[in-house]
Design a protein around this ligand. Structure first.
Ligand SMILES: [Zn+2]
Length: 81
């Protein structure tokens, strides 16, 4: 099974409108994470980061922020206090 890419995870986390295309995408993502704890963990991490980011940067561009994070080699960490 192909794992979710970081881009797919970010698209899922930042999805703000439901249409036919995004619905199919959502089904793929949820279907995959149901059987893959690695991707589920990654998705949860990005959801947490998204929450913190939105609190600290209302109206900020999370997609750009997360994409920048992805370009770093080290695992994503963020001060969550
Ligand atoms: Zn996976």
């Amino acid at each position: 099974m192909k794992h979710l890419s970081a881009e797919e995870i970010i698209s899922y986390v930042t999805m703000d409108e439901m249409n036919e295309a995004s619905l199919g995408f959502c089904k793929n993502v949820t279907g995959h994470i149901r059987g893959c704890s690695a991707c589920l963990g990654k998705l949860r991490k990005y959801l947490d980061i998204h929450d913190v980011y939105k609190t600290q940067n209302p109206g900020g561009d999370f997609k750009a922020f997360a994409t920048e994070l992805l370009q770093e080699e080290s695992p994503v960490t963020m001060d969550m206090n």
